[in-house]
Design a protein around this ligand. Structure first.
Ligand code: TNX
Length: 552
């Protein structure tokens, strides 16, 4: 009898352990921390957990309490100071002399009864919170109370800091407008993976999406197009098919402020992009005087590179400076992106005004025998970019542009975003420019995720599977170490010609964004694709709870 009892107690224990194991989530943090050591036991979050922080970390601590409130139903208090007893989470400042963590690093010690976060600055505390959320069951991300869930995190010691300072994701809201609510969700998802830059592509040929008070027609006219191309362009443009639905939308300045503030609370810098002088047809549609020949034109209804570009006059520079003045008022980011890609030079070559400007600036003329020579026009674009660069620099900002801005000679503080492969990035870094890598073959999330295109929703083309994203190293192997410091990081691009809505944007961005996050955060030697794939299912479970339409 005694033995039987003992056996059943043991069996009961085994059952209890199995149940505990089930509620305990696997350790599957993305991006992979620099170092992670499992310890014994677990921490369980309860309705009586108290959170302790100094004033600097209290916003992060309150953010954590707010994030976990819907699923747990707990309203956890945040106290100023260092709690010494009870079930608790403590945020601490690292000792001043401890420089190992850097501005974004953290230590996270999870033990039975107490979680300790140590960081040199609030950003590190925020990233510790992201790791802690990923240690808890995926249900922590639910938007409504989850009954009967034990909120347990396995005991671990983590020391962590990012490899790169620029960990970005881009979103094109010009080709298809994306509502503010989705932009905030996107920012949440970036923050979860410790990304810190959101590059907001706000203007292009097909739509101007940011309210500018001084020039209301930019959104009254420029934010709307009559219809949208259905499918890909037909070779013969008279055969192109359009939907019959007007498309458009824009963000008011209040919307922008709301998004910027939301991002800031999540340690994400919003880098706005205002395209010039190419990819500007929506602006010219609104203000025909910005064009080269004064003609009226609609906001563009096709994809590709419009032949219309801004005229290179002082008046146009002044107009764009007015726009950027409002932009700088809305976006505290040091970096302001002014596009610069794919500026078709045909109109400048044909325009007497543009040619007069070339002569007035004393630029070397094109070879008259070669109608395709656009060296002078490229230098004219260089002049345009440098005018804008000087303006931004005078206001304490730094211009960022696509790698074409290198073609016409470039001011030293300007940052180059290398998209036509990596050569532009290498050349820019060697010339002393800071660089953000964005090469199509590794970071274009508008490309297909399968070789079997028929099985995928229509996309622009290309093929970029998640293992290629993961294999990418933003520092090109041929770049000499003394220039490698100019590589600030990299970012993923979500161009939306063939991405009509948020659900499709999620499908293209996730989970490739998770792979890129690890490229940008984890030390090169700690990267391991097979290991990433063992952690990915837990991350997908989180995305599932967050209602993300990730690609399966
Ligand atoms: C090129 S990338 C563009 C975009 C398109 C994209 C499509 C870049 C700087 N310009 O305008 O949307 O290709 O993949």
């Amino acid at each position: 009898m005694r033995r039987l009892l003992a056996a059943s107690v043991l069996a009961g224990l085994a059952l209890a352990t199995a149940a505990a194991a089930q509620t305990m989530s696997p350790i599957a943090i993305i991006p992979r921390p620099v170092s992670l050591t499992p310890a014994h036991g677990a921490f369980t979050l309860t309705a009586r957990t108290t959170i302790w922080a100094d004033r600097a970390d209290s916003a992060v601590a309150r953010g954590f309490a707010r994030d976990i409130a819907p699923s747990t139903g707990y309203d956890l208090p945040v106290r100023i100071g260092v709690g010494a007893s009870g079930n608790r989470i403590i945020f601490k400042r690292a000792a001043r002399r401890d420089t190992t963590l850097g501005p974004e690093g953290y230590r996270l010690d999870v033990r039975p009864g107490v979680v300790t976060v140590t960081s040199s600055a609030p950003a590190g505390a925020f990233y510790a919170v992201q790791s802690l959320r990923q240690l808890l069951p995926a249900a922590i991300f639910r938007g409504a109370v989850v009954p009967d869930q034990r909120w347990t995190a396995p005991a671990v010691s983590i020391t962590d800091r990012p490899r790169f300072a620029w960990r970005g994701m881009h979103l094109d809201v010009s080709r298809h407008f994306m509502p503010k609510e989705f932009v905030k969700k996107y920012i949440d998802l970036l923050a979860l993976h410790k990304m810190n830059v959101f590059h907001w592509h706000l203007t292009d040929d097909q739509g101007w999406r940011i309210q500018i008070l001084k020039y209301p027609r930019l959104t009254e006219v420029g934010a709307w197009r009559a219809h949208t191309l259905v499918g890909r362009p037909h070779g013969d443009s008279t055969q192109d098919v359009f939907d019959a639905k007007p498309h458009g939308g824009f963000y008011t300045q209040d919307d922008i402020r709301e998004v910027v503030e939301y991002a800031k609370e999540r340690f994400i810098t919003v880098v706005p992009e205002i395209e010039m002088p190419g990819h500007s047809q929506a602006a010219i549609a609104a203000y025909p005087g910005l064009g080269n020949f004064g003609e009226t034109m609609p906001v563009w209804d096709r994809w590709g590179v419009s032949k219309h570009i801004l005229n290179p006059s002082d008046t146009t520079i002044g107009f764009m400076e007015d726009v950027l003045t409002e932009v700088m008022g809305l976006f505290p980011s040091t970096f302001i992106h002014t596009g610069g890609d794919e500026a078709d030079k045909t109109e400048w070559k044909a325009s007497p005004r543009a040619q007069a400007k070339i002569r007035a600036l004393g630029l070397a003329p094109d070879d008259p025998a070669n109608p395709h020579d656009v060296r002078a026009e490229n230098e004219l674009q260089g002049w345009f970019t440098n005018q804008i660069d000087a303006f931004l620099t005078a206001h304490g900002r730094r211009l960022v542009g696509w790698d074409e801005i290198l073609d016409g000679g470039l001011a030293p503080r300007a940052v180059v975003m290398s998209w036509r492969g990596i050569d532009g990035g290498i050349a820019a870094a060697r010339a002393g420019h800071d660089v953000v890598m964005a090469p199509g073959n590794y970071t274009y999330f508008d490309h297909y995720q399968s070789v079997n295109q028929a099985a995928e929703p229509l996309a622009i083309g290309g093929y970029l599977p998640i293992d290629s994203v993961y294999a990418y190293d933003p520092v090109p192997p041929q770049l000499e170490p003394q220039y490698a410091i100019h590589v600030l990081g990299a970012q993923g691009q979500v161009w939306t010609e063939y991405i009509p809505d948020p659900k499709q944007a999620e499908y293209m961005a996730f989970p490739r964004e998770a792979a890129l996050a690890e490229v940008l955060w984890t030390p090169r030697d700690e990267k391991n694709f097979a290991d990433f794939m063992t952690r990915l299912p837990a991350d997908l479970a989180r995305l599932q709870v967050l209602d993300v339409n990730y690609r399966r």
